[in-house]
Design a protein around this ligand. Structure first.
Ligand code: NFS
Length: 652
């Protein structure tokens, strides 16, 4: 990596995103420090990076030696395995809590609509309401939306509050996968209970068997994927519409110099939906025009941005690695945030460029930001106050504006329902076609590539190189969150990207008219991947549990505890999951063996780590090939058509 004259790393070596690169250079010229430069200044603690320290009580904090992990124990006698398992558990607990908290807000909003207390939102997709209700055993025949919705609320509330029994959405997992969870004792009851129990177990002097702690980590993670995240996705679709493919623009070029630019960045779609209604209100359009603007330009970032893009085509300015850099354009009149992945550093950068930095959620206030609380019963009070501020900032813009002239159009909004429809056609919407193409070898397997960007690695680079290699090897890629945005910026979310795919995958993509990289939405929408995997199992021919499928997952530039929770729910659901950047674990320990090998032997998925994108791809492809071999379809790449009787034979 090269350095510039101030001895800082070249902006080009920090990001693959040209727009972000341009803004890093501008920020340096302006004397403003961004996350990428803070990361260079902050050397990670080597013991913490390996998860070899414990500060769960005040007899320590204790530091073990990662190079000789069994040479010492903590003051209480905790071994390296106990310490790492507890640290891992706390990350899972936090990540699962975050997604469940998000899902719970969405459930409360749904209840408010059904009860008639909240009138600014409505039920948009009644067909999906019925399908979801039926999937968990709620009678829908001849019943009103209110009746079905009331029952659905009551049932889904168990996702969070239930103390005994099984969480409602686990019914949607393949029967054998559910049975595996039952045998292992990891079917989640209610998320609150699982998170509470997991945290209890990590207290000093409680659970001190790394395997037992990890069992509860799996249960708590499953309470995220098959619980809070799935509730968030399904109810958001029901209220705001189930996505189907649309063309949308990504990258900083979506900002408009001659318009009032409002960015909404965060995770819950409710604030964003209300902001969309507000910016389309003629009152505000006129108010903006009176101040000399051509209009109001609403733009998303990060995960709620990905949802709004999938559902409504709202343009997206960039992923986690670009949230500070985008303010450097000087064109952002208001940066509006709700919860999760909101860097505190935004406040300082916003101050430098005279941007309104507004927090809206009581769970996420930031010192120095303006807090305007959002209330779903009266959403416009918040959105309108923000718009007045943004319009007034436009009319008094002091900062020179420099917007990178880059936009990348792409197709977004591939919900599970749409994938089913496009593959099977209206007549027999199903995953048979996908399975057939996997069995006959045109498609080698399916990969989920998801998650954050992390300033410890070159932004977007690992995502892009990994996905390129996967599709070249005929692996269909499903994406969410910041990873989807990285690939959109690289121009891979268009049908023409089929040219970069291997011959089998490109043939299927061209026949069906889809890109080889399908964008499914936000991070909670990883639950769509779980549903898609379950649908693949149910369509037949590829085994009887998710663990049998030729699939793999990756979060190549992860950074958050939510990513760890997601990784663990994929692993517990049966998916081999590879993380880039590094992993907080010491090699040659029993805990390492458990995560990277033992869980697979117990019938689940397993973890993998590699930092080089090509190595990540090779690990995933090798796993997919191993699964193909176990299914007896490793020789099927000679493209024979497989009929129903063959399929039955293969699954026998
Ligand atoms: Ni998910 Fe990471 Fe955050 Fe979204 Fe982006 S950083 S784990 S992708 S915005 S949640």
């Amino acid at each position: 990596m090269g350095k510039d004259k101030d001895n800082k790393l070249d902006a080009e070596s920090l990001t693959s995103c040209e727009a972000t690169c341009q803004m890093i250079k501008k920020a340096r010229k302006d004397g403003v420090i961004l996350d990428a430069d803070r990361a260079a200044e902050m050397r990670p603690c080597p013991i913490g990076a390996d998860s070899a320290c414990c500060k769960h009580c005040f007899m320590g904090p204790c530091r073990l030696n990662p190079r000789d992990p069994y040479s010492k124990a903590g003051v209480c006698g905790a071994t390296i395995d106990t310490i790492m398992a507890r640290n891992f558990a706390r990350m899972v607990a936090t990540g699962s809590a975050a997604h469940n908290d998000h899902g719970m807000s969405i459930l409360e909003l749904f209840k408010g609509i059904i009860d008639g207390k909240i009138t600014d939102y409505k039920i948009s997709d009644t067909a999906k309401l019925e399908v979801v209700a039926k999937s968990i055993g709620i009678e829908t025949e001849g019943r009103s939306i209110k009746e079905i919705g009331t029952d659905l609320y009551k049932e889904l509330d168990k996702t969070y509050t239930q103390v005994e029994g099984e969480m409602p959405f686990v019914k949607r997992a393949p029967a054998d996968t559910l049975e595996d969870w039952r045998k292992a004792g990891i079917v989640p009851r209610g998320a609150m209970r699982e998170v509470m129990e997991l945290l209890t177990r990590t207290h000093i002097g409680c659970d001190q068997h790394y395997e037992n702690i990890t069992r509860q980590s799996s249960r708590t993670a499953l309470a995220d994927g098959w619980g809070g995240s799935m509730v968030a996705t399904e109810l958001s679709d029901i209220m705001f519409g189930t996505p189907s493919p649309l063309l949308a623009d990504v990258n900083m070029g979506v900002l408009k110099e001659d318009q009032v630019n409002v960015i909404v960045h965060g995770h819950e779609p409710n604030l964003f939906e209300s902001m969309l209604a507000a910016v389309n209100d003629p009152f505000f359009i006129n108010a903006a025009k009176e101040k000399g603007a051509k209009g109001i330009n609403l733009v998303g970032m990060c995960c709620s941005g990905a949802e709004m893009m999938s559902r409504h085509g709202v343009p997206h300015a960039g992923n986690f690695g670009s949230t500070e850099a985008v303010i450097v354009t000087g064109a952002v009149d208001a940066m509006v945030v709700d919860i999760q992945c909101i860097k505190q550093g935004l406040v300082e950068v916003a101050k430098c460029y005279d941007t309104h930095m507004v927090t809206t959620n009581p769970r996420c206030m930031i010192e120095g930001a303006t807090h305007i609380e959002f209330d779903e019963e009266e959403p416009r009070a918040c959105t309108d106050e923000i718009l007045f501020k943004a319009i007034s900032r436009f009319s008094t813009r002091k900062m020179p504006v420099e917007i990178p002239k880059i936009t990348n159009p792409g197709i977004h909004g591939f919900s599970h329902e749409y994938i089913e429809y496009v593959l099977g056609g209206t007549f027999r919407g199903s995953y048979y076609t996908l399975n057939d193409n996997i069995i006959n070898g045109r498609i080698r397997g399916v990969a989920g590539v998801v998650g954050c960007t992390n300033p410890r690695v070159k932004q977007d680079h690992v995502h892009i190189e990994l996905v390129k290699e996967l599709i070249k090897n005929d692996v269909l890629v499903l994406q969410t969150g910041c990873s989807q945005i990285a690939l959109a910026k690289a121009g891979f979310l268009v049908p023409e990207a089929a040219h970069f795919a291997g011959p089998g995958l490109s043939e299927v993509c061209e026949a069906v008219g889809i890109p080889p990289v399908l964008g499914l939405g936000s991070c909670v929408d990883n639950s769509r991947i779980l549903i898609a995997a379950s649908a693949m199992v149910k369509a037949g021919g590829l085994g009887t549990r998710i663990a049998d499928l030729p699939v793999a997952g990756a979060a190549p530039e992860w950074m958050s505890e939510k990513a760890i929770a997601i990784g663990q729910y994929f692993v517990a659901s049966g998916v081999y999951t590879v993380f880039g950047v590094g992993f907080p674990i010491v090699k040659d320990t029993k805990f390492h063996d458990l995560l990277y090998d033992g869980l697979e032997k117990q019938g689940f998925g397993k973890w993998g780590t590699a930092s080089d994108p090509h190595e990540i791809a090779q690990l995933m492809i090798a796993h997919i090939d191993k699964k193909r071999k176990e299914l007896g379809i490793d020789k099927a790449r000679d493209r024979v058509l497989v009929d129903m009787s063959d399929r039955r034979e293969l699954s026998a």
